[in-house]
Design a binder for this molecule. Structure first.
Ligand code: KG4
Ligand code: ZN
Length: 346
Protein backbone atom coordinates (compact mmCIF):
# COMPACT_ATOMS: atom_id res chain seq x y z
CA UNK A 1 0.00 0.00 0.00
CA UNK A 2 1.28 3.46 -0.87
CA UNK A 3 2.09 5.91 1.92
CA UNK A 4 3.94 9.04 0.85
CA UNK A 5 6.25 10.27 3.60
CA UNK A 6 8.00 13.62 3.58
CA UNK A 7 11.24 13.40 5.59
CA UNK A 8 13.04 16.46 6.97
CA UNK A 9 16.61 16.43 8.36
CA UNK A 10 18.31 19.51 9.86
CA UNK A 11 20.11 18.14 12.94
CA UNK A 12 23.62 19.27 12.01
CA UNK A 13 25.04 20.84 8.84
CA UNK A 14 23.01 19.16 6.07
CA UNK A 15 19.59 20.42 5.08
CA UNK A 16 17.70 17.42 3.73
CA UNK A 17 14.18 16.81 2.45
CA UNK A 18 13.13 13.45 0.99
CA UNK A 19 10.02 11.78 -0.34
CA UNK A 20 9.77 8.07 0.44
CA UNK A 21 6.92 5.71 -0.42
CA UNK A 22 5.82 2.98 2.01
CA UNK A 23 8.85 3.46 4.23
CA UNK A 24 11.50 2.21 1.82
CA UNK A 25 11.05 3.32 -1.82
CA UNK A 26 12.97 6.60 -2.25
CA UNK A 27 11.23 8.94 -4.72
CA UNK A 28 13.41 11.98 -3.95
CA UNK A 29 16.32 12.65 -1.63
CA UNK A 30 17.52 16.26 -1.82
CA UNK A 31 20.42 17.50 0.27
CA UNK A 32 22.02 20.90 0.62
CA UNK A 33 25.37 20.57 2.36
CA UNK A 34 26.89 23.46 4.31
CA UNK A 35 30.43 22.05 4.12
CA UNK A 36 31.76 25.20 2.43
CA UNK A 37 30.15 27.44 5.04
CA UNK A 38 31.99 25.71 7.91
CA UNK A 39 35.23 24.72 6.17
CA UNK A 40 37.14 27.86 7.25
CA UNK A 41 36.32 27.15 10.92
CA UNK A 42 37.42 23.49 10.86
CA UNK A 43 34.05 22.33 12.21
CA UNK A 44 30.35 23.14 12.40
CA UNK A 45 29.52 26.60 13.82
CA UNK A 46 26.04 26.13 15.38
CA UNK A 47 24.83 29.69 14.78
CA UNK A 48 25.84 29.63 11.12
CA UNK A 49 24.36 26.15 10.69
CA UNK A 50 20.90 27.07 11.96
CA UNK A 51 20.86 30.21 9.84
CA UNK A 52 21.95 28.11 6.84
CA UNK A 53 19.02 25.73 7.38
CA UNK A 54 16.57 28.63 7.53
CA UNK A 55 17.92 29.94 4.24
CA UNK A 56 18.01 26.55 2.47
CA UNK A 57 14.99 24.66 3.70
CA UNK A 58 12.40 26.16 1.36
CA UNK A 59 14.27 25.47 -1.86
CA UNK A 60 15.34 22.01 -0.69
CA UNK A 61 11.69 21.27 0.16
CA UNK A 62 10.48 22.52 -3.24
CA UNK A 63 13.25 20.56 -4.97
CA UNK A 64 12.21 17.33 -3.24
CA UNK A 65 8.51 17.66 -4.20
CA UNK A 66 9.47 18.56 -7.76
CA UNK A 67 11.92 15.71 -8.12
CA UNK A 68 9.36 13.20 -6.75
CA UNK A 69 6.73 14.69 -9.07
CA UNK A 70 4.22 15.21 -6.26
CA UNK A 71 2.39 18.09 -4.58
CA UNK A 72 1.96 18.75 -0.86
CA UNK A 73 -1.58 17.28 -1.11
CA UNK A 74 -0.07 13.89 -1.94
CA UNK A 75 1.89 13.69 1.34
CA UNK A 76 0.39 11.24 3.88
CA UNK A 77 2.91 11.71 6.70
CA UNK A 78 5.57 14.25 7.71
CA UNK A 79 8.64 12.93 9.57
CA UNK A 80 11.31 15.18 11.07
CA UNK A 81 14.48 14.65 13.11
CA UNK A 82 13.78 15.85 16.67
CA UNK A 83 17.19 14.95 18.15
CA UNK A 84 19.96 14.44 18.96
CA UNK A 85 21.66 17.41 17.31
CA UNK A 86 22.20 21.15 17.54
CA UNK A 87 19.14 22.79 19.08
CA UNK A 88 18.98 25.79 16.71
CA UNK A 89 19.27 23.44 13.74
CA UNK A 90 16.70 20.94 14.99
CA UNK A 91 14.22 23.73 15.66
CA UNK A 92 14.25 24.83 12.02
CA UNK A 93 13.19 21.36 10.83
CA UNK A 94 10.68 20.82 13.63
CA UNK A 95 9.04 24.22 13.07
CA UNK A 96 8.77 23.64 9.32
CA UNK A 97 7.31 20.15 9.90
CA UNK A 98 4.77 21.41 12.44
CA UNK A 99 3.85 24.37 10.22
CA UNK A 100 3.21 22.04 7.27
CA UNK A 101 1.22 19.66 9.45
CA UNK A 102 -0.85 22.49 10.95
CA UNK A 103 -1.70 24.00 7.59
CA UNK A 104 -2.48 20.73 5.74
CA UNK A 105 -3.83 18.49 8.52
CA UNK A 106 -1.20 15.85 7.65
CA UNK A 107 0.09 13.87 10.68
CA UNK A 108 3.62 14.62 11.86
CA UNK A 109 6.13 12.47 13.77
CA UNK A 110 9.45 13.27 15.44
CA UNK A 111 12.32 10.90 14.76
CA UNK A 112 15.45 9.92 16.70
CA UNK A 113 18.36 10.67 14.33
CA UNK A 114 20.36 7.64 15.53
CA UNK A 115 17.48 5.25 14.89
CA UNK A 116 17.03 6.89 11.48
CA UNK A 117 20.64 5.95 10.64
CA UNK A 118 19.76 2.30 11.31
CA UNK A 119 16.52 2.49 9.29
CA UNK A 120 18.61 3.70 6.34
CA UNK A 121 19.38 0.03 5.84
CA UNK A 122 15.88 -0.68 4.45
CA UNK A 123 15.95 2.09 1.81
CA UNK A 124 15.65 0.85 -1.79
CA UNK A 125 15.68 -2.74 -0.54
CA UNK A 126 12.07 -3.51 0.47
CA UNK A 127 13.53 -5.93 3.00
CA UNK A 128 12.51 -6.32 6.60
CA UNK A 129 15.07 -5.68 9.29
CA UNK A 130 16.09 -9.08 10.57
CA UNK A 131 16.48 -9.78 14.27
CA UNK A 132 18.28 -10.45 16.43
CA UNK A 133 20.83 -8.08 14.91
CA UNK A 134 23.82 -6.14 16.08
CA UNK A 135 23.94 -2.50 14.90
CA UNK A 136 27.21 -0.63 14.79
CA UNK A 137 26.24 3.06 14.71
CA UNK A 138 29.25 5.21 13.84
CA UNK A 139 28.73 8.91 13.17
CA UNK A 140 30.22 12.31 13.96
CA UNK A 141 28.64 12.36 17.42
CA UNK A 142 28.09 8.69 18.29
CA UNK A 143 29.75 5.29 18.34
CA UNK A 144 27.38 2.66 19.66
CA UNK A 145 26.78 -1.07 19.53
CA UNK A 146 23.08 -1.78 19.77
CA UNK A 147 21.55 -5.24 20.12
CA UNK A 148 18.12 -5.36 18.48
CA UNK A 149 16.05 -8.37 19.46
CA UNK A 150 12.73 -7.83 17.67
CA UNK A 151 12.40 -7.89 13.88
CA UNK A 152 11.47 -4.59 12.22
CA UNK A 153 12.46 -2.63 15.29
CA UNK A 154 15.31 -0.38 16.31
CA UNK A 155 14.50 -0.68 19.99
CA UNK A 156 17.28 -2.53 21.67
CA UNK A 157 19.93 -2.91 24.32
CA UNK A 158 23.06 -0.80 24.18
CA UNK A 159 25.93 -3.24 24.58
CA UNK A 160 28.74 -0.73 24.07
CA UNK A 161 29.57 2.86 23.28
CA UNK A 162 32.39 5.36 23.19
CA UNK A 163 33.73 6.65 26.49
CA UNK A 164 35.01 9.86 24.88
CA UNK A 165 35.22 10.89 21.20
CA UNK A 166 33.00 9.36 18.54
CA UNK A 167 34.69 7.60 15.60
CA UNK A 168 33.68 10.36 13.15
CA UNK A 169 34.89 13.01 15.57
CA UNK A 170 38.30 11.27 15.65
CA UNK A 171 38.43 11.32 11.83
CA UNK A 172 37.59 15.03 11.85
CA UNK A 173 40.15 15.90 14.56
CA UNK A 174 42.96 13.93 12.93
CA UNK A 175 42.13 15.52 9.55
CA UNK A 176 42.50 18.91 11.23
CA UNK A 177 45.91 17.91 12.65
CA UNK A 178 46.92 16.97 9.11
CA UNK A 179 45.61 20.25 7.71
CA UNK A 180 43.00 18.46 5.59
CA UNK A 181 39.91 20.52 6.40
CA UNK A 182 36.38 19.53 7.42
CA UNK A 183 34.77 17.00 7.29
CA UNK A 184 37.79 14.78 7.72
CA UNK A 185 36.33 11.31 7.11
CA UNK A 186 35.97 11.43 3.33
CA UNK A 187 39.47 12.98 2.82
CA UNK A 188 41.20 10.46 5.10
CA UNK A 189 39.30 7.66 3.32
CA UNK A 190 40.59 8.92 -0.07
CA UNK A 191 44.21 9.50 1.04
CA UNK A 192 44.37 6.12 2.77
CA UNK A 193 43.13 4.40 -0.41
CA UNK A 194 46.01 6.00 -2.36
CA UNK A 195 48.69 4.83 0.11
CA UNK A 196 50.65 1.62 -0.49
CA UNK A 197 53.59 1.64 1.98
CA UNK A 198 54.18 0.51 5.56
CA UNK A 199 51.95 1.73 8.38
CA UNK A 200 52.71 3.55 11.65
CA UNK A 201 51.74 1.41 14.63
CA UNK A 202 49.25 3.74 16.34
CA UNK A 203 47.53 2.40 19.50
CA UNK A 204 44.30 0.37 19.28
CA UNK A 205 42.46 1.77 22.33
CA UNK A 206 40.51 -0.75 24.43
CA UNK A 207 41.05 -3.50 21.87
CA UNK A 208 41.64 -6.24 24.37
CA UNK A 209 39.32 -4.81 27.00
CA UNK A 210 36.49 -7.20 27.91
CA UNK A 211 33.75 -4.57 27.41
CA UNK A 212 32.28 -3.55 24.06
CA UNK A 213 33.16 0.08 24.72
CA UNK A 214 35.38 2.30 22.61
CA UNK A 215 37.75 5.20 23.24
CA UNK A 216 39.19 7.30 20.43
CA UNK A 217 40.61 10.41 22.10
CA UNK A 218 43.90 8.68 22.97
CA UNK A 219 44.35 7.65 19.35
CA UNK A 220 43.92 11.25 18.22
CA UNK A 221 46.50 12.29 20.86
CA UNK A 222 48.89 9.60 19.59
CA UNK A 223 48.69 11.14 16.11
CA UNK A 224 49.28 14.63 17.59
CA UNK A 225 52.31 13.36 19.56
CA UNK A 226 53.68 11.62 16.45
CA UNK A 227 53.52 14.93 14.54
CA UNK A 228 54.94 16.95 17.46
CA UNK A 229 57.88 14.60 17.97
CA UNK A 230 58.85 15.07 14.37
CA UNK A 231 58.43 18.81 14.77
CA UNK A 232 55.99 18.98 11.86
CA UNK A 233 53.86 22.13 11.97
CA UNK A 234 50.14 21.70 11.26
CA UNK A 235 49.43 20.90 7.64
CA UNK A 236 53.12 20.83 6.60
CA UNK A 237 53.54 17.12 5.97
CA UNK A 238 54.75 15.86 2.62
CA UNK A 239 51.96 14.33 0.53
CA UNK A 240 53.33 10.84 1.08
CA UNK A 241 53.67 11.27 4.86
CA UNK A 242 50.15 12.73 5.01
CA UNK A 243 48.81 9.62 3.30
CA UNK A 244 50.85 7.37 5.61
CA UNK A 245 49.45 8.99 8.78
CA UNK A 246 45.90 8.97 7.33
CA UNK A 247 46.13 5.28 6.36
CA UNK A 248 47.69 4.27 9.70
CA UNK A 249 45.09 6.16 11.75
CA UNK A 250 42.23 4.73 9.67
CA UNK A 251 43.61 1.20 10.05
CA UNK A 252 43.64 1.60 13.85
CA UNK A 253 40.01 2.84 13.95
CA UNK A 254 38.80 0.14 11.57
CA UNK A 255 40.57 -2.60 13.48
CA UNK A 256 39.03 -1.51 16.78
CA UNK A 257 35.49 -1.19 15.33
CA UNK A 258 35.66 -4.51 13.50
CA UNK A 259 37.18 -6.42 16.43
CA UNK A 260 34.58 -5.13 18.91
CA UNK A 261 31.77 -5.93 16.47
CA UNK A 262 33.18 -9.43 16.01
CA UNK A 263 33.39 -10.02 19.78
CA UNK A 264 29.82 -8.75 20.26
CA UNK A 265 28.50 -11.01 17.48
CA UNK A 266 30.22 -14.01 19.09
CA UNK A 267 28.97 -13.21 22.56
CA UNK A 268 25.36 -12.40 21.59
CA UNK A 269 25.02 -15.10 18.93
CA UNK A 270 23.27 -12.77 16.44
CA UNK A 271 23.25 -13.72 12.75
CA UNK A 272 22.94 -10.20 11.31
CA UNK A 273 25.28 -7.22 11.48
CA UNK A 274 24.08 -3.75 10.47
CA UNK A 275 26.50 -0.82 10.12
CA UNK A 276 25.12 2.71 9.95
CA UNK A 277 26.09 6.39 10.22
CA UNK A 278 28.56 8.59 8.36
CA UNK A 279 31.67 6.54 9.21
CA UNK A 280 29.98 3.45 7.70
CA UNK A 281 30.60 5.19 4.35
CA UNK A 282 34.30 4.46 4.90
CA UNK A 283 35.52 2.04 2.25
CA UNK A 284 38.02 0.21 4.40
CA UNK A 285 35.52 -0.25 7.23
CA UNK A 286 32.90 -1.56 4.78
CA UNK A 287 35.42 -4.02 3.34
CA UNK A 288 36.59 -5.18 6.77
CA UNK A 289 33.05 -5.69 8.09
CA UNK A 290 32.04 -7.59 4.93
CA UNK A 291 35.09 -9.88 5.27
CA UNK A 292 34.36 -10.44 8.93
CA UNK A 293 30.70 -11.26 8.25
CA UNK A 294 31.77 -13.66 5.50
CA UNK A 295 34.20 -15.44 7.82
CA UNK A 296 31.60 -15.68 10.59
CA UNK A 297 28.78 -16.68 8.22
CA UNK A 298 26.51 -13.81 9.30
CA UNK A 299 24.38 -11.52 7.14
CA UNK A 300 25.78 -8.01 6.72
CA UNK A 301 23.73 -4.93 5.87
CA UNK A 302 25.48 -1.63 5.15
CA UNK A 303 23.45 1.05 3.36
CA UNK A 304 25.03 2.62 0.26
CA UNK A 305 27.32 5.54 1.26
CA UNK A 306 24.71 8.17 0.28
CA UNK A 307 22.35 6.71 2.90
CA UNK A 308 25.09 6.34 5.57
CA UNK A 309 25.83 10.05 5.85
CA UNK A 310 23.05 12.38 6.99
CA UNK A 311 20.02 12.43 4.69
CA UNK A 312 16.26 12.84 4.97
CA UNK A 313 15.25 9.54 3.32
CA UNK A 314 16.36 7.67 6.46
CA UNK A 315 14.24 10.07 8.56
CA UNK A 316 11.19 9.24 6.43
CA UNK A 317 11.89 5.50 6.82
CA UNK A 318 12.15 5.82 10.61
CA UNK A 319 9.11 8.13 10.79
CA UNK A 320 6.96 5.59 8.97
CA UNK A 321 7.70 2.94 11.63
CA UNK A 322 7.18 5.41 14.46
CA UNK A 323 3.80 6.39 13.04
CA UNK A 324 2.71 2.73 12.75
CA UNK A 325 3.50 2.17 16.46
CA UNK A 326 2.79 5.52 18.12
CA UNK A 327 0.56 7.50 15.73
CA UNK A 328 0.61 11.28 15.26
CA UNK A 329 2.88 13.36 17.54
CA UNK A 330 0.82 16.45 16.67
CA UNK A 331 1.65 19.93 17.92
CA UNK A 332 3.23 18.46 21.10
CA UNK A 333 6.25 17.53 18.99
CA UNK A 334 9.40 19.23 20.26
CA UNK A 335 13.12 19.17 19.52
CA UNK A 336 15.39 17.40 22.02
CA UNK A 337 19.11 18.02 21.41
CA UNK A 338 20.23 15.28 23.80
CA UNK A 339 17.83 12.54 22.73
CA UNK A 340 19.56 9.16 23.05
CA UNK A 341 18.84 5.56 22.20
CA UNK A 342 17.16 4.51 25.38
CA UNK A 343 18.09 0.98 26.35
CA UNK A 344 15.20 -1.43 26.63
CA UNK A 345 14.19 -1.93 30.29
CA UNK A 346 14.29 -5.52 31.47
O1 KG4 B 1 26.17 10.46 10.27
P1 KG4 B 1 26.86 11.70 9.86
O2 KG4 B 1 26.69 12.17 8.44
O3 KG4 B 1 26.47 12.90 10.79
C1 KG4 B 1 26.28 12.74 12.17
O4 KG4 B 1 25.18 12.29 12.56
O5 KG4 B 1 27.28 12.98 12.89
O6 KG4 B 1 28.41 11.46 10.18
C2 KG4 B 1 29.34 12.45 9.95
C3 KG4 B 1 30.70 11.90 10.28
C4 KG4 B 1 31.80 12.94 10.16
O7 KG4 B 1 32.60 12.85 11.31
C5 KG4 B 1 32.54 12.51 8.92
O8 KG4 B 1 33.92 12.84 8.95
C6 KG4 B 1 32.33 11.01 8.94
O9 KG4 B 1 31.02 10.83 9.38
N1 KG4 B 1 32.48 10.41 7.60
C7 KG4 B 1 33.42 9.48 7.31
C8 KG4 B 1 33.30 9.22 5.92
N2 KG4 B 1 32.27 9.97 5.43
C9 KG4 B 1 31.78 10.69 6.48
N3 KG4 B 1 34.36 8.91 8.08
C10 KG4 B 1 35.20 8.02 7.49
N4 KG4 B 1 35.15 7.73 6.17
C11 KG4 B 1 34.22 8.29 5.36
N5 KG4 B 1 34.18 7.98 4.05
ZN1 ZN C 1 23.92 11.48 11.44
Amino acid sequence: MSCIILGIETSCDDTGVAVVDAGDRVLANVLSSQTQLHADYGGVVPELASRGHSENIVHVFRGALESAGIGLDDVDLIAVTRGPGLIGCLLVGVMVAKGLSWSTGTPVVGVNHLKAHVWASVLDRTARLAAPALCLIVSGGHTELLLVEEPDSVEGTLVGGTRDDAAGEAFDKVARLLGLGYPGGPVIDRLAAEYRGDLIDFPRPMLSDSSFDFSFSGLKTAVAVYLEERDIPEGRLSDEEQKRVAASFQEAVVEVLATKAQKAIRETGVRTLIAAGGVAANRQLRRRLRDLAGEMGVEIIIPPPKYCTDNAAMVAAAGYRRFLHHGDDGMELDANPSLSIRPVQR
